[in-house]
Design a binder for this molecule. Structure first.
Ligand SMILES: Cc1ncc(C[n+]2csc(CCOP(=O)(O)OP(=O)(O)O)c2C)c(N)n1
Ligand SMILES: [Mg+2]
Length: 329
């Protein structure tokens, strides 16, 4: 990997770097496996992979405490794994089995965990943003210091409901961090083709919300910015916007003609900015871990992912009677 400028390393311990490595690798290997199962016809419907963007959610989860909430779009498997949801339950949901988080009835975009305060998984672009502010409103009402992370994409950032939410969130000083995962594309539409704004976080200023742009491929930079944002919210100062500059390596979803960007562009990001390689370099280059240490982590992760796939294949499909459960009427 080409050398790159990295953020301040002084606020990170060896153990935390190893934790980041492990968590990002779990997301990547889990999704590679999901991609394979999709190809084998074991996963149906929509499936949007997060590969490339791992540092965003892993760095931000390092800033959370128990009680904090998260809500995101359909590109959601990384968020689930990073907040501590079980790989087996996520994979079984992807394959539509009873052992999945929604008993196999929700699929990739519709998983939830009350225990981990994960509120989905939303297929309507931008819909999770007002819902996230609503979650923050409930915590504000209860008078605790919990924070909600509402993740959305650069494409979603052009939705009107985002700006209605900004206005109410600032007016009511809601403890919500708006995380824009700017991976530079909304399906096949590049940011340049959808807006003349030079930054997305800057739009918050019109509503009185502070924010900043962050190198979302650098987990240490993400964590540092996350800590600042969370402190702002916990202190009762209202919302904060983090625009994470990131990149997805795979297609928008499992079918993507990939005509909107060059192979060279994707390869350049992988070669120069990969978040996992970055932490690997810090660990090995800094003499904090050996190749063998990392190989042993790789083996552990492989075992977790393989077990999740086995569980997902062996778990039965939901019984027909499940059609009548978990519904409103
Ligand atoms: C309201 C609405 N409009 C359009 C779509 C179709 N659609 C699904 S994903 C997507 C692009 C969103 O891009 P972005 O917000 O950048 O998120 P990313 O996929 O890059 O994570 C679109 C237009 C949808 N699901 N919902
Ligand atoms: Mg995008």
């Amino acid at each position: 990997m080409a050398a790159r400028k990295t953020s301040d390393k002084s606020n990170v311990s060896k153990d935390e770097l190893l934790k980041f490595y492990r968590e990002m690798l779990l997301i990547r290997r889990f999704e590679e496996k999901a991609g394979q199962l999709y190809g084998m016809g074991l996963i149906g419907g929509f499936c949007h992979l997060y590969i490339g963007q791992e540092a965003v959610v892993v760095g931000l989860e390092a800033c959370t405490k128990d009680g904090d909430k998260r809500i995101t779009s359909y590109r959601d498997h990384g968020h689930m794994l990073a907040c501590g949801m079980d790989a087996k339950g996520v994979m079984a949901e992807l394959t539509g089995r009873i052992g999945g988080y929604s008993k196999g009835k929700g699929g990739s975009m519709h998983m939830f965990s009350k225990q981990r305060h994960f509120y989905g998984g939303h297929g309507i672009v931008g819909a999770q943003v007002p819902l996230g502010a609503g979650l923050a409103l409930s915590d504000k009402y209860k008078g605790n210091d919990n924070v909600t992370f509402a993740y959305f994409g650069d494409g979603a950032a052009n939705q009107g409901q985002v700006y209605e939410t900004y206005n109410m969130a600032e007016l009511w000083s809601l403890p919500v961090v708006f995380v824009i995962e700017n991976n530079q594309y909304a399906m096949g539409t590049s940011l340049k083709r959808s807006t003349k704004s030079t930054t997305l976080f800057g739009r918050g200023l019109a509503y009185g919300i502070s924010g900043e742009q962050v190198d979302g491929m650098d987990v240490l930079a993400v964590k540092a910015a996350g800590q600042k944002a969370v402190a702002h919210c916990r202190a009762g100062n209202g919302p904060y916007i983090l625009e994470m500059m990131t990149y997805r390596y795979r297609g928008h979803s499992m079918s993507d003609p990939a005509k909107y960007r060059t192979r060279e562009e994707v390869q350049k990001m992988k070669d120069e900015k990969d978040a996992i390689e970055h932490v690997r370099d810090l660990l090995i280059g800094g003499g904090l871990a050996s190749e063998d240490d990392l190989k042993s982590i790789d083996r552990d992760i492989k075992a977790i992912v393989n077990d999740s796939a086995e569980f997902a294949k062996e778990s039965p499909e939901p019984d027909v009677s499940e059609l009548w459960t978990d519904i409103y009427a």
